[in-house]
Design a protein around this ligand. Structure first.
Ligand code: A3P
Length: 343
């Protein structure tokens, strides 16, 4: 009998304890996200007449938060109109496999940054471009006026028509380019394509065969993964439209090993107050990468498609590629004013 009573008491204590911990976690999460979403500075009159400012800020954590509030009757049409879909003030234009997703997700930790989750491919895809700028705007997430929207589509960097098209939309837009050591980037690019082929049960060439021209034994400059890594060639096309001051180069190799300083440089470039801290980034030994911490409850790592294991590549091919990229790299350092320790 006594044993039964003790067991019942233990059960009750367990339920009460779980409830208390659950509530505590909820409160901490809520406070964390509220803090994250506070406007950086109060701007009067932004939300219309006083008294209509009561939209819970945490609602914006979700892409359609304000629309949700509108549906529930908590936000007026005017508020929805004011917190509208802004065109991006900064775009991560490339480079494919440079760490573009990691950069976007990490910048999104900043309370004044709102990311477009999907790659929109507006400027590089003729069919999308023909749909017009309002189509593009509608693809953007909701944001407050003090926030900036950022999108990333790595194909922009290498597509001929894109610089002019972006210039026509906003000639003072800020452009972010994340680069990695060119040979590593090319192998990463190959690995992604290889995985796609394997998924479809298709065979594919070895990297060595694609990267080296069998007739000349020289680097195959027709191979897209090689061409994409000649950063200076692409950048020069962009410089016909935008001054170098409008670009910021992110070191993608350093973003993997030491993300915070790279993110702080981007904050500076975007004129954002420094808000991303070491707290927001933690190393996950299982993944072998830094993951994101929004608050005590919400954290996430990038998808498994980021951080693939690369196939082993013949060292003579690696040496040949590095030698090939060397003069282009030197020019890239010279133009951008950012030097990397690439071999
Ligand atoms: P690998 O798969 O070759 O390792 P992109 O998003 O432009 O496709 O770039 C993918 C690359 O981002 C990955 O290349 C990975 O190395 C890099 N990366 C940088 N930071 C990362 C992170 N925190 N988590 C996972 N991948 C990251």
């Amino acid at each position: 009998m006594l044993f039964k009573q003790q067991a019942l008491l233990r059960q009750k204590l367990f339920v009460l304890g779980s409830l208390a911990i659950g509530s505590l976690l909820y409160l901490v999460a809520r406070v964390g996200s509220l803090d994250r979403l506070q406007p950086l500075c109060p701007i009067d009159g932004r939300f219309g007449p006083r008294g209509q400012e009561e939209i819970p800020l945490r609602a914006l954590q979700f892409k359609r938060g304000l629309l949700h509030e509108f549906r529930k009757g908590n936000a007026t049409k005017e508020q929805v109109r004011l917190h509208n879909l802004q065109l991006p003030k900064a775009i991560i234009i490339g480079v494919r496999k440079g760490g573009t997703r990691a950069l976007l997700e990490m910048l999104n930790l900043h309370p004044a940054v709102v990311k477009a989750s999907q790659e929109i491919h507006f400027f590089d895809n003729d069919e999308n471009y023909a749909k017009g700028i309002e189509w593009y705007r509608k693809k953007m997430p909701f944001s407050y006026p003090h926030q900036i929207t950022i999108e990333k589509s790595p194909a922009y960097f290498i597509t001929e028509e894109v610089p002019e098209r972006i210039y026509k939309m906003n000639s003072s837009i800020k452009l972010l380019i994340i680069v990695r050591e060119p040979t590593t980037r090319a192998i990463s690019d190959y690995t992604q394509v290889l995985e796609g082929k394997e998924r479809k049960n298709k065979t594919y060439y070895k990297f060595e065969k694609l990267a080296i021209d069998a007739n000349t034994c020289e680097v195959n400059t027709k191979y897209k993964a090689v061409r994409t890594s000649i950063y200076t060639k692409h950048l020069e096309r962009w410089l016909k439209y935008f001054p170098i001051e409008q670009f910021h180069i992110v070191d993608g190799d350093r973003l993997i090993t030491e993300p915070l300083p790279e993110l702080q440089l981007v904050e500076k470039f975007l004129n954002l107050p420094p808000r991303i801290s070491q707290y927001n980034l933690y190393f996950n030994a299982t993944r072998g990468f830094y993951c994101l911490r929004f608050n005590i409850v919400f954290n996430k790592c990038l998808a498994g498609s980021k951080g693939r294991i690369h196939p082993e590549v013949d060292t003579s091919v690696i040496t040949k590629l590095r030698k090939f990229f060397h003069p282009f790299n030197q020019k890239f350092y010279q133009i951008t004013g950012r030097t990397f320790n690439w071999p």
